[in-house]
Write a protein that binds this ligand. Structure first.
Ligand SMILES: [Zn+2]
Length: 264
């Protein structure tokens, strides 16, 4: 295998003894020797992204909330509203313009609008984008962020959110650089997603690495990236964010607030 560059820091990464088998292709977990980031290689294609984020993903038992609930997107609305309020409370900003990347059916955006944000969204799944339009009168851009032209927005947002989204994007650095350019200079970036931090899991992985015990992982390569604190810090710095304001960890997710600032 030719050298594979880490999508966070660019250093050549090595193959971990873990893989997914999906649609006749083998997707290996890679690990960067410098920033310790883990990611899937080969990267999933746009077509495969469409396959992963089809309607079934947002159904009861779909992968959209890490199988936390047995409800589909619309039945989970009351819970989604509670979570939205919680996230809005963590932002430290109460108004302005907010962009939600991967906004699904728009419940979070609707809640943000109620709390007086002016809102925009981007959503890949056509059915979710339709729910956002028909149910909430929102007008999300129907696209993956990779395909949204950078010129679409200037530096005009006060807040950009990626809720359970960034880990699924094969090129997270490009996505965050774009977001950085759409933010005002003191704009806020809020990421919710998994941060790998279990020492037990890391010890298990490193034993496997030493013993060269190859393991097929269940399921499909849903998480293109597995961040940890170090690789997340590296990613944010390279995308133009000046440090992490805070990380708030819950059992299932980490909430990360970063701020874009003027270069010193
Ligand atoms: Zn790296």
């Amino acid at each position: 295998m030719n050298a594979v560059a880490c999508p966070v820091c660019g250093r050549a990464a090595s193959r971990d003894p873990f893989y997914h088998d999906w649609h006749g292709r083998r997707f290996w977990l890679m690990r960067c020797g410098r920033c310790t980031h883990q990611f899937i290689h080969p990267p999933i294609t746009g077509e495969e992204q469409d396959m992963i984020f089809r309607d079934e993903y947002f159904s009861a038992g779909g992968g959209w909330v890490g199988n936390c609930w047995d409800e589909d997107y619309l039945s989970a609305e009351p819970q989604l509203r509670l979570e939205a309020k919680e996230i809005l409370g963590m932002l430290g900003a109460a108004s302005g313009r907010l962009l939600d990347v991967g906004c699904a059916g728009g419940v979070f955006l609707d809640e943000a609008r109620r709390s007086s944000f002016e809102v925009d969204g981007i959503e890949l799944n056509a059915s979710m984008a339709r729910i956002a339009r028909e149910r909430f009168g929102l007008e999300p851009v129907r696209s993956r962020i990779e395909d949204v032209e950078e010129a679409r927005w200037g530096s005009e947002f006060d807040v950009i959110t990626f809720l359970d989204v960034l880990e699924h994007i094969p090129e997270p650095g490009a996505a965050l650089s774009k977001a950085a350019r759409w933010l005002k200079h003191e704009g806020l970036l809020f990421i919710r997603g998994p941060l790998k931090n279990s020492r037990r899991v890391m010890a298990k992985e490193s034993a496997r690495r030493m013993l060269r015990m190859i393991k097929r992982l269940p399921g499909y390569p849903l998480d293109a990236n597995q961040f940890n604190v170090r690789s997340m810090e590296t990613l944010l710095a390279r995308a133009g964010f000046n440090g992490i304001d805070y990380i708030n960890r819950t059992e299932d997710f980490s909430n990360i607030l970063a701020r874009r600032r003027l270069p010193r």
